[in-house]
Design a protein around this ligand. Structure first.
Ligand SMILES: CC(=O)N[C@H]1[C@@H](OP(=O)(O)OP(=O)(O)OC[C@H]2O[C@@H](n3ccc(=O)[nH]c3=O)[C@H](O)[C@@H]2O)O[C@H](CO)[C@@H](O)[C@@H]1O
Length: 390
């Protein structure tokens, strides 16, 4: 669609969420499209269909994006077919038709030029409603293999935007011909942080700037496994580095109590937080080494920034997707991956050399950067606009 000749607002319905990994690419696409339209004097009408308890329920309204929920059915995956038929799954699946009916009435009323779905179970009813209303549907997949929601929607999609070339051979032929590689959009502000501002924003006045800084993150919800492994080595780590530790909103109280028992000489180098919002870009800019889960969103950010990372993947993510992500970078020397049962000594062995050898960090950072795709949001918006004109 040629947006410069549009005499009305462009209407985008966006759907997806549950986790940060599904939410932030959608948000970044919305902002990028807004910017493109503003540059030619146009405007965007945008409506987001998400879950009431997902990150998007906070993020979308905070950005001034109209937000609605519909009934959805969360499918709890299991390798055991009997567990797939659990009472909770059966009850939730029964909610899908209601969600589709609700989404259909929203789509019919809003009349979007295009629907963009970024995954998560909430995207299914809105994606199906797009097909029922004959509105072009663009899917975005962050991970190498299509997630459950995108698999359900693939046959209805006009275009399927994927984050890496390695996804293409894994797609069925009839889906592959509609697929295009865009990369995984990274929020613009995440790429523009300032290390000095992190010191101010988090009041890191006890930090020792002669030491490297390690940023530990378990993803938006935090990760019990990473919290446990880091607990084992925290005094050692603080002996060699400043540590910013994002542990998940539900875990702060417990870890704060443990922090109170730290040697006061080390405690000044330690900052504990449940979730990093506006401070995240500055913390990433400050970080010399990142210890993290290997969700697709985090990977896209760390590679775009070129950060040396030690990944501790979520072992149970669908098809071991996080382990695959981490191993892919580790094979290229762009990160380290700790797979399987991970303990404190394993983390210490991985992080230790990176803390003492700046040249090792620089080489890993350089290799990581070659995997970054800072133009992913622009490419995804190109796909959205071309689908709208289809
Ligand atoms: C448990 C689960 O299902 N994980 C999946 C989920 O990842 P999940 O959403 O858990 O993790 P991602 O790495 O994809 O995204 C996390 C996002 O939250 C941000 N963040 C994190 C902490 C914080 O304090 N502040 C903050 O803003 C990160 O910078 C990142 O942008 O979706 C990803 C993309 O589909 C998948 O690859 C993951 O396997």
């Amino acid at each position: 669609m040629d947006i410069s000749s549009l005499s009305r607002p462009f209407r985008l319905l966006v759907t997806g969420g549950g986790t940060g990994g599904h939410t932030y690419p959608a948000l970044t696409a919305v902002r990028t499209l807004q910017g493109r339209l503003a540059a030619v004097g146009g405007t965007l009408d945008v409506l987001w269909i998400g879950t009431a308890d997902g990150l998007e329920a906070r993020v979308a309204p905070a950005e001034g994006i109209a937000f609605q929920t519909v009934a959805t059915g969360k499918i709890r995956r299991s390798s055991n077919p009997l567990k797939m038929l659990s009472a909770a799954n059966v009850k939730d699946m029964a909610r899908v038709p209601l969600g589709v009916a609700q989404a259909r009435s929203i789509v019919a009323g809003f009349r979007p030029d295009v629907v963009l779905a970024t995954g998560g179970y909430v995207a299914v009813p809105a994606g199906l409603a797009a097909r029922l209303c004959r509105v072009p549907l663009v899917l975005h997949e962050q991970t190498v293999r299509l997630g459950l929601a995108n698999r359900k929607l693939a046959s209805s999609a006009t275009r399927i935007a994927v984050s890496s070339e390695s996804s293409l051979p894994l797609l069925p032929a009839e889906v592959r011909e509609r697929a295009v590689v865009t990369g995984n959009p990274v929020r613009l502000e995440v790429l523009g942080g300032h290390a000095d501002k992190a010191v101010e924003a988090l009041a890191l006045y006890g930090f020792d700037r002669r030491l490297p800084t390690v940023y530990v993150t378990g993803g938006a919800q935090g990760a019990q496994q990473i919290n446990g492994v880091v607990r084992e080595v925290l005094p050692w780590l603080l002996g060699h580095a400043n540590v910013i530790r994002q542990c998940g909103p539900g875990n702060v109280d417990e870890l704060r109590a443990a922090a109170a028992r730290l040697d006061p000489a080390l405690a000044g180098r330690y900052h504990l937080t449940g979730f990093l919002g506006a401070e995240l870009p500055d913390v990433l800019a400050l970080a010399d080494v990142v210890v993290s889960r290997s969700g697709a969103g985090t990977l896209a950010e760390l590679t775009a920034l070129g950060k040396p990372a030690v990944f501790i993947p979520l072992a149970t993510s669908a098809g071991n997707e996080q382990a695959h992500n981490a191993q892919h970078l580790a094979d290229a020397g762009a990160a380290l991956a700790l797979l399987g049962e991970v303990n404190g000594p394993a983390l210490q062995n991985a992080v230790g050399p990176l803390l003492t050898d700046p040249a090792l960090r620089a080489a890993m950072a350089e290799r990581a950067r070659t995997y970054g795709r800072p133009d992913a949001a622009d490419r995804l918006v190109d796909v959205v606009l071309s689908a709208a004109s289809a």
